[in-house]
Design a protein around this ligand. Structure first.
Ligand code: DGY
Length: 320
């Protein structure tokens, strides 16, 4: 047993016996995240924090506590002030790798659903509008053989390319760093500037982290470059797309459709005009939500937490 207390900011999809046998564990029991003020109180008395992307772990919170480790159950960590944690020598863990395929699968599901208008078709049928087979009912573009633009070419971007290859797509990618020629060749992808990719692609899918550089990376100017038939997919972070520009692009016919699993802000406000659009699919940030993936993420987050409490190097550490 370690002389340590931890706070877990939501119920996790796995049993916490092992963790409870090692440390004193408190789990926030509500469906909603703990309010910031509660987190401020908790960090006064805990050594380890296991948090989610909905928890705001800022400098003030980090500096006011005595945390030895922060372990996030997500690959993204834009909700955590990493510089502040690093300055206090607090390791921050995350869960890369285990959610790559689940997230790529979901991005692919959104791409297919937006192209072939699956959600609209379901609404149409339930509304009692299906009267006969019609030659021009709910037409969409071909996915097979189309051009796909992948923005951000890390693990998930590359997993998307593997799926696209099976659909015989022309695949363009853009990223801070070009990959080596062997990888490009094996995935069948071509490096492009963002501008060129936007101009050429029938589908554009976003896989960059949320940083100052990617904030509203897709705004009016980028929508203007895209084909009027293009479909945008975002399973990365809502902040990458300017929501007002997205609304303008979808209502003016600047692009044909979009499907997003992430919004800015999250959850999407109930009065958002985006909710009125038929050519937009919106999912509630469930890209990694397969049972197996979520339990792997939780297991990994607990392993990072325990390593940090023991003073060991975290297996998946974000700090430099
Ligand atoms: C992440 O891990 O960053 C996803 O957004 C949620 O799984």
């Amino acid at each position: 047993m370690l002389e340590a207390k931890v706070f877990v900011t939501r119920r996790l999809p796995i049993e916490l016996e092992e963790l409870r046998s090692l440390v004193t564990v408190e789990v926030w029991p509500e469906r909603q995240p703990p309010p910031y003020e509660i987190l401020r109180e908790k960090v006064q008395e805990i050594d380890g924090l296991l948090c989610l992307l909905t928890d705001q772990i800022d400098r003030q919170l980090i500096e006011s506590g005595k945390l030895k480790v922060i372990s996030q159950m997500a690959v993204g960590y834009d909700n955590i002030d990493i510089a502040a944690a690093t300055a206090r020598q607090i390791p921050v863990g995350h869960t890369p790798g285990v959610l790559t395929d689940a997230t790529a699968d979901f991005a692919w599901a959104l791409l297919m659903a937006a192209a072939r208008r699956v959600v609209e078709a379901d609404r149409f049928t339930r509304a009692g509008l299906w009267q006969t087979w019609e030659p021009d009912l709910l037409l969409g573009p071909n996915v097979t053989g189309a051009t796909l633009g992948i923005v951000g070419f890390g693990r998930i971007g590359q997993a998307i390319a593997r799926r696209a290859k099976g659909f015989e797509m022309q695949i363009l990618y853009t990223s801070r760093q070009r990959c080596n020629p062997e990888l490009e060749q094996s995935l069948g992808v071509e490096f492009a500037t963002l501008e060129h990719l936007l101009q050429e692609s029938d589908f554009v899918t976003l896989h960059t982290p949320s940083t100052d550089d990617t904030y509203h990376l897709i705004s009016d100017r980028q929508f203007e470059l895209m084909k009027r038939s293009a479909i945008l997919i975002n399973t990365a972070r809502g902040t990458i797309v300017d929501p007002d520009s997205l609304y303008r692009a979808l209502t003016s016919g600047q692009i044909a459709a979009a499907a997003v699993d992430v919004t800015e802000p999250e959850p999407i406000p109930s009065d958002s005009l985006l909710l009125t659009l038929d050519n937009l699919i919106i999912a509630p940030h469930i890209g990694s939500a397969s049972r197996q993936t979520r339990s792997k993420m939780a297991t990994m987050a607990i392993a990072n937490l325990i390593a940090g409490l023991r003073g060991d190097r975290l297996a998946y550490c974000v700090n430099p």
